[in-house]
Ligand binder design. Structure first.
Ligand SMILES: Cc1cc2nc3c(=O)[nH]c(=O)nc-3n(C[C@H](O)[C@H](O)[C@H](O)COP(=O)(O)O)c2cc1C
Length: 183
């Protein structure tokens, strides 16, 4: 699968890709060892600074002390690999190598970007206070890279029980009901 040619994107606007709740791949590196995990439990928390909350289970190999990671947005073309990445552990295998994915060097963090993903958001740990209690990492997006086409990627959204919803049609039919600051 080919890598996406990504352009710089404003970090304050990453909600455009994360607010619809796609399954993402979190890539990280600790003591020189890269890893990737699949993640569905994330949420936008603020525009500026650009904050994202992520739940990472303590038993995951990705639960490491690197304080940096990359949130990558895959499209449906990567779905089989996304599932396999979520069903294996970086304790046992090098997932970049096993799944034939391209580790692209980050600009602001040591964690690698996943080249085959549509968008990649470089993150630094912004608040560690909820990790112990909730496994909740509050991250700041410090650099965003997004492919220029298509405008609306076909992302995957997990419904449980092995079923994904693939993003599809858009409608602007309800736009007139919005207050401008909520758009
Ligand atoms: C669709 C899907 C969504 C997942 N969402 C999460 C999540 O939000 N948080 C989490 O900790 N694990 C989640 N997982 C499980 C991890 O991806 C899985 O435990 C993985 O093996 C961890 O890899 P690691 O040990 O290399 O870090 C999800 C798995 C799948 C298949």
């Amino acid at each position: 699968m080919k890598t996406h040619d990504k352009k710089d994107f404003p970090v304050s606007n990453v909600r455009r890709f994360l607010e619809p709740g796609p399954i993402v791949l979190v890539s990280s590196a600790y003591r020189g060892k890269p890893n990737i995990m699949t993640m569905g439990w994330h949420m936008i928390m603020e525009f500026e600074p650009s904050l994202v909350g992520c739940y990472i289970w303590t038993e995951n190999h990705s639960f490491r002390k690197s304080r940096e990671c990359v949130i990558n947005v895959p499209t449906v073309a990567l779905a089989p690999k996304v599932v396999r990445i979520g069903n294996t552990s970086g304790r046992d295998i090098d997932k970049f190598e096993t799944f034939g994915l391209t580790a692209v060097e980050g600009e602001k963090v040591k964690a690698p970007l996943v080249g085959e993903c549509y968008a990649s958001f470089e993150c630094r740990l912004a608040d560690a206070r909820m990790i112990k209690r909730y496994s909740l990492f509050v991250l700041e997006v410090v650099k965003a890279h997004v492919a220029t086409s298509p405008a609306f990627p076909r992302t995957i959204h997990y419904r449980g029980d092995g079923v994904f919803m693939v993003s599809g049609a858009n409608t602007g039919k309800f736009r007139r009901h919005f207050k401008p600051h909520n758009m």
